[in-house]
Design a protein around this ligand. Structure first.
Ligand code: ADP
Ligand code: MG
Length: 684
C-alpha cells in the first residue's frame, strides 16, 4: 500500500478505524453518512414541532440535580435573545460533575447554548432527553452544510471521524474515471462533486432525498460501487478465459445412448441449456457456467450429458456434492445411468476405510472416467491425470473459498456449477458477473404442485394422523426436526426426541432417523432403506435439505418451520412432489411468531415458484445471505440496493465492458479506489 495513501492518525485511532474497514484515505472518502442532522437553522422553542430533530439556541436559567427516583441533571433553558422566552427542560440521566459545573458557569455568565435534539412532552411541559449541546464561544456562525452522521465504533467519536473524513476529502485523489458527457446524459454528477455533496450537503439538498438515497449524488456513488464489482468480477472472468482448457469434442454417441435409456424425454429448457453447455465444452478455454433451476427441474441429467461429452473426448469428470448423503445418491443414480453404457462410476465417499480410499484414489487418478464425491475430491488432491470437467452440485452450499480452491488447482477443467437457489436477475447480474448463467425455467410435465399447509404446534396430533394416512396409501414421509443454529448438540437431542415421540405415536410404522452426527456408512444405510421403501417415515435434521430424490415420498412435515429461512423451506419442500402422486408439505409452527417469521411463512404458503420466493427473500433480508457471501470474504455492496438500483446494475455492466476493452488504467484506478487490497481476493 503506498504510504501516501495512509490515514494520517495516531496508532490507537488507526486501529479503531481499521475496525470500520478504514485503512486508506480512499476508504474515508467512501465512508458515507448514514443520515444527516440539520444544524444550519435555529428554531424558537415556541415554534418547535414535537418529535422532530431540531436545533435551538438558549440561555441557561436553572441547573439542578434530582436524586429520586434516579439521579439526573435537569437544566432549565429559554430562547436566547428574547426577554421572556419559552422554557424548555433538558434532562440528562447520566452526566459528569464537570458537565454540571460547565452548565452552571454558562448560567452565571449568560453564555449561549446551542442544543440539538427532539422535543417531547414530559409531564405536560416540553423537554429534551440527552440532547447534544455546545456552549457557544466565539465561533457563533451556523454551519453552512448539513451535519453528517457516520457509522462508527466504540471509542471513535462522530466529531473525530468527521474531522478525519473532511481532511481526507481535501487530500485524497478524487480523479474522475468517467466521461463527463456520459455522466450528464445519465444525470450523474462527477465523483468529486458527489462525495463532496454527500459528506457536506448544502442546506437546500433535502435531508430526506439524501436519507432515502435517491439523490443523484447517491446514485453516482452506487453506480461507482457497482462498476467496481463488475470490473473485478469480469476481469477475473476474462483472466480465466485466457487460460487453456481441453477442447471436448464428441460425436454424441454416449449422450444419445444415455437419453435413449431414460424413462422420460428432456424438457425444452433442459435441451436448451444442454446445448449451451455442449458449446462451451467445445471451446479451448474453461467453461465457467452456473446452471440455475428450481428444485426438481432436472439438473442432474443435464450434468450427466456434459459428462458424456467429456468422457467421449477421452477426459475424466468429477461430480461434487456438498453432503455425503447427496454424493451417495448421485453415485447410485449416475451408476444406473452409466453402467449400461460401459462407463464406470467411482464414489469416493467418507465411509471408505483408509486402505480402500487409497486404492480408489489411485484409480480416480488413473483410469476412472467419472468420480463422484464431496468436496474432499478436490481437497484431498486426487491426482486426476486427465480431468476435463468438474461439476459442483448445489454450489451455494460450497463456500466461495472452496470454489476458489477448485480454480487454484493448476489444471483448468471446464466447470459447471449447479444451484437450486434461484437468484433474482439483478443479483445474478451483479454477484455472479464472473460466471455465465444458464437457467432451466420449466419443470418436467406431469408434476402436481405440492400443497402447503400451516399448522400451529397445538395441532400436532392431526399432523401425525396425516402421516399415518399417507403411509396407509403406500407412500412415505419426511419429518424434519427443528433447526437449532446455536448448537448441533441440542439439534441432535431435538431430533432424537422427535424420533422417540413419533416411534411411540406411530408404533406400527417403520420410523428411521438420519442426522449429521451419524457416520457416513450409517447415514448411507438409512437413506438406502428409505429409497428402497423399507422405512415409512424418515425423521431427519436438515442434512436432507439438498438434492435428495425419493419420488415415492409425498409428505414433508417441518417442525418449528418458523426457524427456517425461506430458501431452506423451499428446498425442503422440493423433496416431495417428485413423483406423480399428490404431495403435501406441512409447516408446523410455534406461537408467538416474530413478524419476519410470519412474513416468511406467508410467502412459502402463497408461493411455489422458487424465483419469486428468492425475489421476496431478497426484499426481506438483502442479498448478502442469498449469495452466501458472509463466509466468502467477497466484498458486499454497501450502498447499492439491488431491489431499487437494477437500472444501475445494467449501466455498470455496459460501462465495465467498455472500460475493460479500452482503458486498463482507468480500470486499475477505479478498483484501487473501491477495493484497495481487498481486490486480491477476487483475482483467483
Ligand atoms: P434437481 O434439478 O432438483 O437436481 P433432479 O435432477 O434431481 O432435480 O431431478 C428430479 C427428478 O426429476 C428426478 O427423479 C429426475 O429423474 C426427474 N426428471 C428429470 N428430468 C425429467 C424430465 N424431463 N421428465 C421427467 N422427469 C424428469
Ligand atoms: Mg439436484
Amino acid at each position: 500500500m503506498p504510504v501516501a495513501d495512509e490515514i494520517d492518525a495516531p496508532p490507537a485511532l488507526r486501529s479503531r478505524l481499521r475496525k470500520l474497514g478504514l485503512e486508506r484515505r480512499d476508504d474515508l472518502v467512501l465512508h458515507l453518512p448514514l443520515r444527516y442532522e440539520d444544524e444550519t437553522q435555529l428554531v424558537a422553542i415556541g415554534d418547535a414541532p414535537i418529535g422532530v430533530p431540531l436545533q435551538v439556541e438558549v440561555l441557561v436559567r436553572e441547573v439542578s440535580v434530582r436524586r429520586a427516583p434516579r439521579r439526573q441533571l435537569l437544566v432549565e433553558v429559554s430562547d436566547a435573545g428574547v426577554a421572556e422566552g419559552n422554557r424548555l427542560l433538558l434532562r440528562f440521566l447520566s452526566f459528569y460533575s464537570s458537565q454540571q459545573r460547565a452548565l452552571e458557569v454558562a448560567r452565571d455568565h449568560q453564555l449561549r447554548l446551542r442544543v440539538f435534539g427532539e422535543i417531547r412532552n414530559g409531564l405536560g411541559r416540553p423537554e429534551m432527553v440527552h440532547p447534544r449541546y455546545r456552549v457557544l464561544g466565539d465561533d457563533q456562525a451556523l454551519p453552512a452544510s448539513l451535519t453528517p452522521v457516520y457509522p462508527t465504533t466504540a471509542g471513535l467519536a462522530q466529531s473525530a471521524l468527521r474531522k478525519l473524513i473532511a481532511r481526507a476529502i481535501c487530500t485524497a485523489d478524487l480523479a474522475e474515471w468517467l466521461d463527463a458527457a456520459w455522466c450528464s446524459s445519465h444525470a450523474l454528477p462527477s465523483f468529486a462533486a458527489a462525495v463532496r455533496l454527500l459528506h457536506s450537503p448544502p442546506p437546500e439538498a433535502s435531508a430526506v432525498a439524501l436519507q432515502c438515497r435517491r439523490h443523484p449524488a447517491w446514485r453516482r456513488v452506487k453506480f461507482d460501487e457497482l462498476l467496481a464489482q463488475q470490473l473485478s468480477l469480469r476481469r477475473a472472468y476474462l483472466a480465466r478465459r485466457r487460460k487453456g482448457a481441453p477442447v471436448l469434442l464428441a460425436s454424441g454417441r454416449l449422450a444419445k445412448g444415455l437419453q435413449a435409456a431414460l424413462p422420460f424425454t428432456l424438457t425444452g429448457a433442459q435441451r436448451r441449456v444442454a446445448a449451451e453447455i455442449a458449446a462451451d465444452l467445445a471451446q479451448p478455454y474453461p467453461m465457467q457456467r452456473l446452471l440455475q433451476g428450481d428444485v426438481g427441474c432436472g439438473k442432474t441429467i443435464v450434468a450427466a450429458l456434459a459428462v458424456c461429452q467429456a468422457i467421449e473426448a477421452g477426459y475424466q469428470a468429477a461430480f461434487m456434492a456438498p453432503t455425503e448423503i447427496l454424493a451417495e445418491q448421485h453415485h447410485l443414480r449416475l451408476r444406473a445411468w452409466f453402467a449400461p453404457l460401459g462407463v464406470e462410476v467411482l464414489c469416493l465417499s467418507g465411509r471408505l476405510g483408509a486402505g480402500a480410499r487409497r486404492t480408489l484414489q489411485r484409480q480416480a487418478a488413473g483410469t476412472a472416467q467419472l468420480v463422484v464425491g464431496t468436496h474432499a475430491l478436490i481437497q484431498e488432491e486426487v491426482g486426476f491425470t486427465r480431468l476435463g470437467l468438474v461439476i459442483v452440485d448445489e454450489q451455494h452450499r460450497f463456500g466461495v473459498v472452496q470454489r476458489l480452491d477448485l480454480r487454484r488447482k493448476g489444471a483448468n477443467p471446464h466447470q459447471l456449477m449447479m444451484s437450486a437457489t434461484p437468484i433474482p436477475r439483478t443479483v445474478a447480474m451483479s454477484y455472479y458477473a464472473d460466471l455465465d448463467v444458464s437457467v432451466i425455467d420449466e419443470l418436467p410435465a406431469g408434476r402436481s404442485p405440492v400443497r402447503t399447509r400451516l399448522f400451529s404446534d397445538s395441532r400436532r396430533e392431526e399432523v401425525v394422523a396425516a402421516v399415518r394416512a399417507v403411509v396407509a396409501e403406500g407412500r412415505q414421509a419426511y419429518w424434519v426436526c427443528p433447526l437449532i443454529e446455536e448448537s448441533a448438540k441440542l439439534e441432535l437431542q431435538a431430533a432424537l426426541e422427535s424420533w422417540a415421540a413419533l416411534s411411540s405415536e406411530l408404533a406400527d410404522l417403520r420410523i428411521g432417523l438420519v442426522h449429521g452426527r451419524l457416520r457416513g456408512q450409517e447415514k448411507a444405510a438409512v437413506m438406502a432403506a428409505f429409497v428402497a421403501g423399507e422405512i415409512d417415515v424418515l425423521v431427519a435434521t436438515t442434512v436432507i435439505e439438498v438434492g435428495v430424490d425419493v419420488p415415492n415420498a409425498s409428505l414433508m412435515v417441518i417442525e418449528h418451520a418458523e426457524r427456517f429461512g425461506l430458501a431452506q423451506l423451499h428446498q425442503l419442500r422440493g423433496r416431495v412432489g417428485r413423483g406423480a402422486h399428490h404431495s403435501a408439505c406441512v409447516l408446523l409452527y410455534q406461537q408467538p411468531l416474530s413478524s419476519t417469521a410470519r412474513a416468511r411463512l406467508k410467502i412459502i404458503f402463497e408461493q411455489t415458484d422458487g424465483f419469486e420466493i428468492a425475489r421476496l427473500d431478497l426484499q426481506l433480508r438483502g442479498p448478502g445471505e442469498l449469495v452466501g457471501s458472509r463466509q466468502s470474504g467477497m466484498p458486499l455492496l454497501r450502498y447499492a440496493d439491488l431491489e431499487v438500483d437494477g437500472d444501475l446494475v445494467e449501466l455498470a455492466q455496459q460501462m465495465a465492458a467498455q472500460l475493460l476493452r479500452d482503458d486498463p488504467e482507468r480500470v486499475a484506478g477505479h478498483l484501487r479506489r473501491w477495493l484497495g487490497c481487498r481486490e486480491e481476493l477476487l483475482k483467483v
